[in-house]
Design a protein around this ligand. Structure first.
Ligand SMILES: C[S@@+](CC[C@H](N)C(=O)[O-])C[C@H]1O[C@@H](n2cnc3c(N)ncnc32)[C@H](O)[C@@H]1O
Ligand code: SF4
Ligand code: SF4
Length: 399
């Protein structure tokens, strides 16, 4: 009798292992791989320079530019080296945004845009900006260079209210620049990040955007307050105050005031409720991340990210997570898997082709990590957070 029970137990274990293996195999087949031939979208960070000091931007920490952020940018010559004509021809979409900088500060921006269109007149360019740099003459030139592409102006309020988040930018100057750009034929959208301090101005700003000729007014429901729900490292500003509050510092490192989530639920990212529920169900979000299945947006959409140093990553999220280890000073081990995978990897498009990097070991290690048992075992937390198949806080910013 005992022998039969042991044998049945053995069969059950074998069966569970078998199901796990088939599950992993099917998952990898369905998910596909990072393949150069599938790339059609590029998120390009042209610079880590910026004229502004937005409180929730990761380039800043306690009111200053993060100590070890390398201030750099790609020149036209650099772009010609890393963005070959053959590569540009493949692309349908280029997003000039980035993680640590303001694209419009890039010295050769207009020439770089012209180079891109010269090699692929059909590509669609999105440009993201705080709009507060350069004079109106420059913005008129940008309108010509951008052709059919769209510029997103980040304007988080009317008048002085705007600069409570977007410090060091001037509302009047942005509006002047946007007007000059639109009058010269440029296509523009207004991105409005909603906070408690500007939620009462949303409707007025929308009306104004129509009067000024913006094609669209996007309400952006930030997900950046949620960091404190799963990240506890003191190397991040977002973890210093209680949930829903974020500090704004003066240059001496003292808190000047706090910015807060909006009260109106309509302006809050829908992921908030999911995260709070998951925390209740799983105790800690890491427990949920351990078991969540990853549905990689970059593989699905054929996207890659290139940093201002010319390094190639699957997406901006993984890039930022690698930076947690390389220069943010984050010590929480659960946040460092992506960084560890990047050590000894050469991700520079100056030294290797984009194809070699995309189909190389770093991208493979990131993908293999999705089948690991848990974050402690090496699963990439940034992937769980962004592409875990229950929620996508990033996309929900625009819903
Ligand atoms: C680092 S910025 C680079 C582009 C440009 N400097 C800008 O601010 O638009 C990347 C993106 O972060 C967004 N961003 C900045 N602060 C944010 C916040 N608190 N919540 C959500 N998105 C934010 C910007 O609007 C921009 O789309
Ligand atoms: S303008 Fe963009 S890059 Fe500059 S501080 Fe603000 S969010 Fe960061
Ligand atoms: S976060 Fe991870 S899973 Fe999501 S797009 Fe980037 S690489 Fe893919």
């Amino acid at each position: 009798m005992i022998k039969i029970i042991i044998f049945i137990k053995f069969l059950i274990i074998v069966f569970i292992k078998f199901v796990e293996i088939i599950n992993k195999m099917l998952y990898n087949v369905i998910m596909g791989k990072f393949l150069y031939k599938n790339i059609t979208g590029l998120h390009l960070e042209l610079t880590t320079k910026c004229n502004a000091m937005c409180a929730m931007c990761n380039r800043n920490f306690k009111g200053k530019i993060r100590d070890n952020l390398e201030i750099t940018e790609l020149s036209l010559e650099d772009c010609k080296k890393i963005l070959t004509k053959e590569f540009l021809k493949k692309l349908k979409l280029i997003s000039l945004c980035g993680v640590f900088g303001e694209p419009v500060v890039t010295k050769d921006l207009l020439e770089i845009i012209d180079y891109i269109y010269d090699n692929n007149p059909n590509v669609f360019i999105y440009l993201f900006t705080n709009g507060s740099y350069h004079d109106t003459k420059w913005w008129e030139k940008l309108a010509k260079s951008m052709k059919n592409g769209i510029t997103f102006f980040g304007i988080d309020g009317i008048g002085d209210c705007h600069s409570l988040h977007r410090a060091n930018t001037k509302y009047d100057k942005i509006i002047e620049n946007a007007k000059a750009y639109i009058s010269a034929g440029g296509r523009a959208q207004w991105d409005y990040i909603v906070f408690k301090h500007n939620e009462n101005q949303v409707e007025d700003a929308k009306k104004l955007s129509e009067e000024l000729g913006f094609e669209k007014f996007n309400i952006k429901k930030t997900s950046r307050f949620f960091k404190s729900l799963y990240e506890s490292d003191s190397a991040l500003d977002s973890t210093i105050l209680p949930y829903g509050h974020h500090p704004v510092y003066n240059s001496n490192g003292n808190i000047k005031y706090e910015i807060e989530l909006p009260d109106n639920k309509l302006y809050r990212n829908s992921t908030e409720d999911i995260i709070l529920k998951l925390k209740k169900d799983y105790g800690e979000l890491n427990n949920f991340f351990d078991q969540v299945q990853i549905d990689c947006q970059s593989i699905k959409t054929g996207g890659i990210f290139i940093s201002a140093k010319g390094e190639v990553y699957p997406c901006c999220t993984v890039y930022q997570q690698v930076c947690y280890g390389s220069f943010f000073g984050v010590t929480d081990e659960s946040e460092l898997n992506e960084y560890k995978y990047s050590i000894n990897e050469n991700l520079s498009a100056f030294n290797k082709s984009i194809k070699e990097i995309v189909e190389g070991t770093f991208f493979k290690k990131i993908q293999e990590s999705w089948s690991k048992k848990c974050i402690k075992d090496g699963k990439s937390k940034s992937c769980c957070r962004t592409c875990g198949n229950i929620y996508d806080s990033h996309s929900a910013q625009h819903s």
